[in-house]
Design a protein. Structure first.
Length: 59
């Protein structure tokens, strides 16, 4: 499975493979990965706003 497909499945953009095993621990792992990916995207947005957008309006 490719990295982009995994990210799409974590964010519910793409449906997961129905034949793949689904255990409790795999479910926990996917949940933690989803949380960390969303936090990373949020931090990127905050950095973009702080370092690019706000300085543009100060001039």
């Amino acid at each position: 499975m490719g990295i982009w497909r995994q990210i799409a499945e974590y964010l519910y953009i793409k449906k997961r493979d129905p034949n793949s095993p689904r255990t409790k621990w795999l479910k926990y792992m996917h949940g933690m990965n989803r949380i960390s990916l969303l936090m990373f995207i949020a931090c990127l947005l905050i950095m973009l706003i702080r370092f690019v957008i706000i300085p543009l309006f100060r001039k």
